[in-house]
Ligand binder design. Structure first.
Ligand code: FES
Ligand code: FES
Length: 271
C-alpha cells in the first residue's frame, strides 16, 4: 500500500523531462523511490532544471562552459523586493527558490552556509524581521517587503558586532562552518530575551524570560549544530553579550620562556 502512494506522488510531482532524466541516470524502481526520498522531489527538480537548461543552451549551439554559465530559464518566475543588510534588493527567482540559494547564488552573500539543506543543522540561519529563520526552508518568494540580516550585515564597517567579538574572544569555533548561523541565531536570541519571549526551558522549568540561565541559552541555541563541538565556548560568548558579564578565558597563549612544566595550556577553573 505505501508503495502505491509513493508511485502516485512520484507520478504527480515529476515532469516528463524529470522522469526521462532519472531513466537516463539509471535510477529506476525501488532505487528511484529511495533516491527521491533522500534528496526530495523539490531538490531533484532544481537539479533537473539546471541540466535541462544547459542541454537547451548546448542544443542552440553554445559551448559547454557557456551553457554552464547560462542563466537557468525560470519557470514561474517571481519578482521579490526586500531589504538585505539594509539595502533594497530586487531579484527575479523561480518560485521554488529558497532564501539561502537566493542569498548565495543571486546576491553573492555566501556567509550563510548550506549544511544539511533540510532544516536540521542551523548553518543557514539568518534574521528576517527580527526573527531567526532557517533560510534553507524559507522560500525567497515569501520574503517580499521583509528585512533580512545575514552574517555580512552585522558589523558596522570595521567594527564587529559584540557577538562576533565575543565569539573571537572565547574561541567559540574551530572550522567555522556553523559560525555564521550560530552568530545570527545568538544575536536574535538576545533580542528574544529583551522582548521576554519564552522558551521550552522557561515554560516548563520556570525562571526568567529576560535573564537567561545557561540551560535556557543552551535550549535556545539547540537548533544550531556544531560538528566541532565548540558548544562550551559558544555558551560563554552568548552569556557575555546577554549578561554583560565577562567570563574568564579558560586558556592562555603558549609562552616558550615560561618554566618547564608551565609551558602548556593552563586551565582556569573560575568559569
Ligand atoms: S542548511 Fe538550513 S538547517 Fe541545515
Ligand atoms: S566550528 Fe566547526 S562546525 Fe562549528
Amino acid at each position: 500500500m505505501p508503495d502505491q502512494f509513493e508511485d502516485l506522488r512520484e507520478a504527480e510531482e515529476l515532469s516528463e523531462d524529470e522522469e526521462r532524466l532519472l531513466d537516463e541516470l539509471g535510477i529506476t524502481g525501488e532505487s528511484r523511490r529511495r533516491f527521491l526520498g533522500q534528496v526530495g522531489v523539490a531538490g531533484f527538480s532544481i537539479f533537473a532544471m539546471q541540466v535541462i537548461a544547459q542541454r537547451q543552451a548546448l542544443a542552440a549551439g553554445g559551448t559547454y562552459s557557456e551553457a554552464a554559465a547560462d542563466p537557468i530559464s525560470l519557470e514561474n518566475a517571481v519578482k521579490v523586493v526586500f531589504k538585505v543588510n539594509g539595502e533594497k534588493k530586487t531579484v527575479e527567482v523561480d518560485s521554488r527558490m529558497t532564501l539561502l540559494d537566493t542569498l548565495r547564488e543571486k546576491l553573492d552573500l555566501t556567509g550563510s552556509k548550506k549544511g544539511c539543506d533540510h532544516g536540521q543543522c542551523g548553518a543557514c540561519t539568518v534574521i528576517a524581521d527580527g526573527q531567526r529563520v532557517l533560510s534553507c526552508l524559507t522560500l525567497a518568494a515569501t520574503c517580499e517587503g521583509k528585512e533580512v540580516t545575514t552574517i555580512e550585515g552585522l558589523a558596522k564597517g570595521e567594527e564587529l558586532h559584540p557577538m562576533q567579538s565575543a565569539f573571537i574572544k572565547y574561541d567559540a569555533f574551530q572550522c567555522g562552518y556553523c559560525t555564521p548561523g550560530q552568530i545570527c541565531s545568538a544575536v536574535a536570541l538576545i533580542d528574544e530575551a529583551a522582548r521576554g519571549d519564552a522558551s521550552y526551558v522557561t515554560a516548563v522549568e520556570g525562571g526568567s524570560n529576560t535573564k537567561l540561565s545557561d540551560d535556557d541559552i543552551r535550549e535556545r541555541m539547540s537548533g544550531n549544530i556544531c560538528r566541532c563541538g565548540a558548544y562550551p565556548n559558544i555558551l560563554k560568548a552568548v552569556k557575555e553579550v546577554h549578561k554583560g558579564e565577562e567570563t574568564a578565558a579558560t586558556w592562555k597563549f603558549h609562552r616558550p620562556d615560561e618554566k618547564a612544566g608551565a609551558d602548556k595550556e593552563v586551565a582556569d577553573e573560575t568559569v
